[in-house]
Design a protein around this ligand. Structure first.
Ligand code: CA
Length: 286
């Protein structure tokens, strides 16, 4: 597909100043942080949601073998797009849904957020690209552009022997691993804003680290996003993807419209929101 269609027209990325001002006023009057979760939503650049076929949402199916399965499925009561090895018996058991970004300079300079809700059905002890959500960027975690290196912001999902979810942040110098205490759906979020020197990682809105650096390697390929099975090995586990969302966070200049007194309040509320939109769950840094 034409990658330019991944982006809304520039005029729609940031609300008109009058409506933005009204939204900001309303937001600052709210006493419920729950309402703020939606009132301050960022511009969604790309999204997979529920049981929709990702190829109808702007993603391209890239399968290493025709036997690989991506199909609509209901996990309990949650509609998902399920990915698994299916009848594939070759040594190329990969299936990812990918979307190229002609340039992610704008979202990177103004801020970005990638949110994923996924559950693994069955056990997958191999914590790696078997189940991954990836942002392949041309900027490092300090926001510095490079023409010759690329930074992978890559969430790897797996389970322990009991089926409890695990998530790994692929990183140069040592991966970060978080062990969850159940096998339920959770929302995993990476977020970067101007001035940050690392990417923040949240589980269900709870900050886990603000220093994720990603994995940097030589490369010149255009930036892209993908999710699915990026490892050629076999696994009996199935991946149930309820949500993959990539957003541009409103640029700092738009906050200035709120006025010098309102802006610090909104910043505080925004920071607070990341800690208030989901229930806390126990995690261990493994
Ligand atoms: Ca595989």
């Amino acid at each position: 597909m034409n990658s330019s269609s991944l982006f809304f027209p520039a005029g729609r990325m940031i609300p008109a100043s009058s409506s933005l001002r009204r939204a900001a006023t309303a937001a600052l009057r709210l006493s419920s942080f729950g309402l703020l979760c939606t009132s301050l939503s960022a511009a969604v650049l790309l999204q997979h949601q529920g049981s929709h076929d990702p190829t109808t949402e702007g993603w391209t199916r890239l399968a290493g073998d025709p036997g690989m399965v991506g199909a609509a499925y209901t996990d309990g009561t949650t509609p998902v797009w399920q990915i698994h090895d299916g009848t594939s018996t070759t040594a190329t058991r990969t299936l990812v849904y990918q979307s190229n970004l002609s340039s992610e300079a704008t979202p990177f300079l103004t801020g970005w957020r990638m949110s994923v809700s996924v559950r693994i059905e069955g056990n997958n002890a191999s914590l790696g690209a078997n189940t991954q959500a990836l942002f392949y960027a041309d900027h490092d975690a300090a926001g510095t552009y490079s023409a010759t290196t690329r930074t992978f912001y890559n969430l790897h999902f797996g389970t322990n022997s009991s089926g409890n979810m695990r998530v790994q942040l692929f990183q140069t110098g040592g991966n970060l691993v978080y062990n969850l205490t159940d096998s339920l759906f959770h929302e995993f979020t990476l977020e970067w804003k101007p001035g940050d020197t690392g990417v923040s990682f949240y589980i269900d809105g709870e900050l886990q680290t603000d220093a994720y650096q990603g994995f940097t390697a030589n490369g010149t390929q255009a930036p892209y996003l993908n999710f699915g099975d990026g490892n050629a090995g076999a696994t009996t586990a199935k991946q149930n993807w309820a949500l993959v969302k990539f957003e541009q966070i409103p640029e700092p200049g738009s906050v200035a419209l709120f006025g010098s007194l309102a802006a610090p309040g909104l910043y505080w509320l925004t920071r607070r929101r990341r800690r208030s939109c989901g229930g806390a769950i126990p995690v261990d840094l493994g």
